[in-house]
Structures are given as C-alpha cells and as structure tokens.
Design a protein around this ligand. Structure first.
Ligand SMILES: *[C@@H]1O[C@H](CO)[C@@H](O)[C@H](O)[C@H]1NC(C)=O
Ligand SMILES: *[C@@H]1O[C@H](CO)[C@@H](O)[C@H](O)[C@H]1NC(C)=O
Ligand SMILES: *[C@@H]1O[C@H](CO)[C@@H](O)[C@H](O)[C@H]1NC(C)=O
Length: 348
C-alpha cells in the first residue's frame, strides 16, 4: 500500500506522538500537514522522514503553517514557491512523478483565484493540492456555502481540476461540536483514478480527521518477496520438475523459454515458501496498555459525543483527548528512561 496522509494536526509538537502512531497504522510515504504552528527554531523531527516546512506567525506567535514529511527512501526534491500563501510543495518519484502541495488558508484570510492560480502554476504537473481551506461548499460535503467555498469551486472548475472528497466530514468544531468538511484534496484529472480517498475514523488528538489518499496500483514500499530456500520441499520440487518439465513439451510451443520459466515458477510457488511482500510495521516499544486504554477512552468519548452532542459530552471528549496525549507522552518518556538505564547497566 502507498498511502499519503493529509491532516490539519493543530500543532505538530503537541501531536507528534500521534504522527508516529499514524506511521504505524498507514506507513505513509508522505504527510501533508497544516496548522503545524512551528517556529523556525523548533527542532522537530520524525524518524525515517524528511521534513519541509513553511512558517507563519500571528502577533509574534507561531500560528498556521504547513509541512510535508517525505519517507526517506522516496526520491524527491523541493519545489521553490514564490507565494504569500502558507504552502509547501515537494516533487516525488512514485510510479509517476507527482507534486504534493500542502496548504493552510486561515479562516480570517481572503483568497482570490489569481493567487491560487499563481500557486498552482508553480506546481509541476500532475499535482495533488491538499489542505485546510476553511472553505464551505456542498460540493465537498459542507452543509453551507461561504465566500471561500465559492472561490474554490470556481477555481477548480476553471482550471479543470478534480476534487477527491466524497462528502465525509473532516472537522469537528471545538466550540459547538458541529461537524463540517473544510479539508479538501484537489488534483489533476490524470491522478483521480490512481488514488482512493477516505477519512480516518479517529481525530488523533486534533479537531480535524486525518485523510488518507491511497495509491491503488503501485507500491513504492512493497518489498520484493524472496524465496526461503532453506524451507523448500526439495523432494516434491524434484518430483514436480520430472513430471511437468519434459523436453517434448517445448518442441511445439512458440516461446520455449517463457514456457519453461512459467512452469518452473509455478512449481516453485507450490514447493518453496516466500517472505512477505508487506513491509514490517515499525515497532513502538513504548506503546503500553495505558496508552491503548487512554486512546480507547478518547475514541469512546468522541463516539458518545456523536450519539449525544451535549456540552457535557464535548467537554468530556476534550478531557479524554488531553489525557490520551499526556499518557502517551509519559509512556514514551518512561520507556526512554528505562532503555537508557538498561544500557547504562549493560555497559558497566
Ligand atoms: C535537534 O535535534 C537533534 C536530535 O534530537 C539533535 O541532534 C540536534 O543537535 C538538534 N539541533 C538543535 C539546533 O537543537
Ligand atoms: C506570484 O506571486 C508572487 C508573490 O505573491 C509574485 O512575486 C509573482 O510575481 C507572482 N507570479 C505571477 C506569475 O504572477
Ligand atoms: C458552530 O460554530 C461555527 C463557527 O462559529 C459556525 O459556523 C457553525 O454554524 C456553528 N454550528 C452550530 C451547529 O451551531
């Protein structure tokens, strides 16, 4: 599987642990994040990924901003953008070379089509533009329209672009608990058939759901399975070869080498086991029962709020969300402490 994750994470530092859990679940080749709220001096990193960011401030405090993380085994390069939009773009070599652009448009800011076109003209084609546009339009699942929603709709139709959204909600308003859809995935028409699109079922500590475009055909990370020669059933292999690979079979076929290869591979498939094609999920040794419980509680409180959207249930959800963050952070810290104590003892 080749996943990309688009997510308004509402503060990268506070939700960095959630990112490692998303790596665990989806093994994404890239994250396109919004509202990272990073300062240039912040030293944030995610193991196995390269990070590219644009920074933004409101009243001298880090606010908004977007980042892209790219898995370090994927060939990629940055796309230099000249724009005052909070956007960052990377070109990736997958089966096709595509451009990913992560963008954050704050609720208060004004956008116009010319500015968006100025941005997309700088993105080498084909591109996927992912972001929180704070734009409402029933076209992608909001119940209402706003000015930004109308502008995005016009822009997308004038430029002949496509929208992946299937109408699912992407955002839970933290104040009144109403759901809406303001995170949009826009792409070049040539990519529309290449990806599926879904919203993850967990807010993961943000008030936006991670969105997972999954590449449908190829897999940059898929490992080539290897024969486990030491586990082969060699007597059976020999018998099958004698029975199925007879020289007279090849006298009449058009392509004897191809036939030989096909028959031999089919015999090997039946007699020699293979290693898995799926990459191993990275381990997270710090993730303990307490984290599992705390995240379970957070999900439960969100479900309860969905069934009964009362103020009390919303504030409970906020409490369990804070608790889950605290518990995971604590578990990771303790695990590092134990590890370093263990190393220390071992080296004595
Ligand atoms: C950033 O963090 C890395 C790893 O934790 C560390 O090696 C590096 O020195 C830090 N850089 C700064 C500028 O703090
Ligand atoms: C795009 O916008 C940037 C900055 O906002 C500006 O410097 C640049 O000239 C614009 N490019 C075009 C082609 O209009
Ligand atoms: C919740 O608040 C937002 C922002 O103030 C508003 O747009 C939305 O209509 C509200 N939803 C409900 C159900 O009150």
């Amino acid at each position: 599987m080749t996943n990309i994750i688009q997510w308004n994470c509402r503060g990268l530092k506070i939700n960095l642990i959630q990112l490692t859990l998303l790596v665990q679940s989806f093994l994404p080749i890239a994250f396109c994040l919004q509202e990272t709220r990073l300062k240039e001096s912040d030293n944030v990193s995610l193991k196995g990924y390269n990070m590219y960011s644009t920074f933004s401030k409101v009243d001298e405090r880090a606010a908004g901003g977007s980042s892209i993380f790219v898995k370090d085994n994927v060939i990629h390069s940055t796309v230099q953008l000249t724009t005052d939009l909070q956007a960052v773009a990377i070109r990736l070599s997958l089966d096709k070379t595509i451009t990913l652009c992560s963008i954050y448009i704050p609720p208060s800011s004004i956008i116009d089509k010319a500015k968006l076109k100025n941005l997309t003209d700088q993105l080498p084609s084909p591109f996927i533009l992912m972001g929180d546009f704070n734009a409402h339009n029933p076209l992608w699942g909001s119940k209402t329209h706003n000015a930004k929603g109308k502008i995005i709709e016009d822009f997308v139709s004038q430029e002949g672009l496509c929208i992946f959204n299937d109408g699912s909600n992407t955002y839970l308003h933290p104040g009144n608990g109403s759901y809406s859809s303001i995170d949009i995935t826009i792409c070049d028409p040539s990519l529309l058939q290449d990806y599926s699109w879904r919203v993850h079922d967990d807010l993961c500590g943000s008030d936006h759901f991670p969105i997972v475009p999954e590449h449908l055909f190829t897999s940059a990370q898929q490992r080539v399975p290897r024969w486990k020669l030491d586990k082969a059933d060699w007597p059976l292999f020999e018998n099958l070869c004698q029975a199925e690979l007879q020289s007279k079979m090849f006298e009449t076929v058009r392509d004897p080498i191809l036939t030989f290869n096909t028959v031999l591979t089919s015999i090997a498939d039946r007699t020699i086991p293979k290693t898995s094609a799926n990459p191993k999920h990275p381990s997270k040794p710090w993730f303990d029962d307490a984290c599992d419980q705390a995240i379970g509680d957070r999900k439960k409180s969100e479900r309860r709020f969905n069934q009964q959207p009362t103020t009390e249930n919303l504030s409970n959800f906020h409490i369990f969300r804070a608790k889950a963050r605290r518990t995971c952070r604590q578990a990771r810290r303790t695990s590092w402490k134990n590890l370093s104590r263990g190393l220390h003892l071992a080296l004595r």
